[in-house]
Design a protein around this ligand. Structure first.
Ligand code: UN1
Length: 499
């Protein structure tokens, strides 16, 4: 059994308190992957001190050179893609096809970041005065605290870390305690690519201990957190009090709308992938299916047949459609929502329980679940479950579908299946989400576009694409006056009467 360490101060080191936690395969709890450090505030403090030294070195490294390191990171990840995907499925559970996609998202993010090292555009604009230049440019901020979730063990850390690094910050990275091995692999790759060791710190542990210590550390001026809206509120309160820059990516209650005129076979594939891909454990997972009344009964019949046929199993076994859930707590949460749905009067059409298959007995398997006759406003319809549970709501019109979509506190992604171009464009403009898909499921964000949501899903920032670079850098403005005279803005150029 392997003992893993933190990476702090340029070395792999055990936690101060000498305590470790176990990391087990969710498809087979007898499979122990290793023991990882249970870190606390003193470990975090050493990591931050080292990251401050790393920052001094890194911020003066030219951005194109910083980008070159990330290009090499992308090359290494490409070479090791299969092996990383296998390790990721072992510790997180989703099928290999999905973990390969997860690594690919990291590769895409690396190459995007590499080229951004040669952009990081500022603006040069005309001054209102003669012989004066006005410009804006970007400066790094300092030590970035990155707190990551379990569901995309590679992609999401790279969404945060790579832009942070290209912008010239150093990072203290805490992977979710369910996926410390993938986090370790990522740090190994950064070091192999030539990142100066003190620029990256890896601190394992729980959110309550290690995560909180990062958020509360006075020398960590920027925090990026992906996780639940509840934890995000705590993180937000601390960052508000300490005047920290904060990017939050939190819950979702994403809906797929299927109109009467939709291509139903296409919509069916989309619903299955959106709801049960990653065992429903995506922020963008489809947890509500809004069906127009004309196709409601027929579509539901098609869907239930297909959902029942999905093959639950170890993500490393060929033919598996749906992997295990991440841990016992996640299973128990889903079970609570099954009871809530039944008590509210929703109709359980399939699933609703842990898998009865004996060969799956050592894993956290839960059957793909569909509830029909869910009314807008039910808890099942309002709250994030983060599991393979789909609630079906029947509506009469597009307007009603839009209202149901919008009437939740979250706003990450949405999807509409229709052949009517007007309805499609109305959905793009009227659905209250950060991302709307037309004739595609609620999942499938690409690395070079901004990712994030409105309302209680986020706090206005975006990951991915060009926009995230704004978060990880500070805008500085420079004025250079080469007139040799005192020129007063707003005064000397707007004289009421010429002298
Ligand atoms: C998440 O939903 O937690 O859009 C991230 C997708 C992925 C990223 C999802 N590219 O499905």
């Amino acid at each position: 059994m392997k003992l893993f360490n933190n990476f702090i101060g340029g070395a792999w080191v055990p936690p101060d308190a000498g305590e470790f936690f176990e990391n087990r395969n969710p498809a087979d709890r007898d499979d122990l992957i290793g023991r990882f450090p249970m870190s606390g505030p003193t470990d975090v403090d050493r990591a931050v001190k080292s990251a401050k030294r790393g920052f001094e070195q890194w911020r003066t490294t030219p951005a194109p050179a910083r980008g070159d390191v990330l290009r090499i990171v992308g090359d290494i990840m490409t070479r090791r893609k299969e092996e990383i995907a296998d390790a990721m499925t072992r510790e997180m559970g989703k099928p290999l096809t999905e973990t390969r996609g997860d690594v690919q998202e990291g590769i895409d993010t690396a190459y995007y970041a590499a080229s951004e090292g040669r952009r990081l555009f500022g603006h040069t604009v005309p001054s209102e005065l003669r012989n004066k230049w006005a410009m804006s440019f970007r400066r790094p901020i300092g030590v970035a605290g990155l707190i990551c979730p379990f569901n995309f063990p590679m992609a999401i850390p790279t969404w945060k870390m790579f832009p942070a690094l290209v912008c010239g910050n150093s990072c203290v990275f805490k992977p979710a305690e369910d996926v410390p091995h993938t986090g370790t692999i990522l740090v190994e790759i950064l070091l192999e690519a030539g990142l100066p060791p003190e620029v990256i710190q890896l601190v394992h542990g729980t959110g309550e201990e290690a995560g909180a210590a990062i958020v509360e550390h006075p020398d960590v001026p920027l925090i990026s957190f992906t996780g639940s809206t509840e934890t995000g509120s705590i993180v937000g309160a601390t960052c508000g009090r300490m005047h920290k820059r904060l990017s939050l990516e939190m819950g979702g209650k994403n809906a797929q709308i299927v109109m009467d005129d939709a291509d139903l076979d296409l919509a069916l594939e989309g619903a299955l992938w959106g709801a049960f891909g990653t065992t429903g454990q995506r922020c963008t997972a489809t947890s509500r299916l809004i069906l127009q009344k004309g196709i409601h009964d027929r579509f539901l019949g098609m869907l239930v047949d297909k959902a029942r046929a999905l093959k639950l199993g170890d993500g490393r076994t060929k033919g598996t459609d749906v992997g295990p859930m991440i841990n016992e707590n996640a299973l128990e949460k889903v079970e609570r929502y099954i009871d809530i749905g039944l008590a509210d009067g929703a109709d359980l059409l399939c699933g609703g329980r842990r898998s009865g298959d004996t060969h799956l007995g050592r894993g956290n398997f839960f059957e793909p679940t569909i509830f029909a006759r869910v009314e807008a406003g039910y808890r099942l319809e309002q709250e994030e479950i983060f599991g393979p549970v789909l609630s079906v709501i029947r509506v009469s019109t597009a307007d009603e579908a839009f209202t149901v979509n919008n009437d939740v506190r979250y706003g990450l992604s949405s999807s509409i299946y229709t052949r009517d171009v007007n309805t499609a464009f109305r959905a793009l403009s009227d659905l209250d989400n950060g991302i709307t898909y037309v004739n595609a499921p609620t999942i499938g964000a690409e690395a070079h576009l901004p990712f994030g949501g409105v309302k209680q899903t986020g706090n206005g920032h975006r990951e991915g694409g060009w926009q995230v670079y704004e978060f990880y850098s500070e805008t500085k403005v420079g004025y250079a006056d080469f007139s040799g005279t005192l020129q007063r803005a707003q005064i000397d150029n707007y004289r009421a009467t010429p002298d």
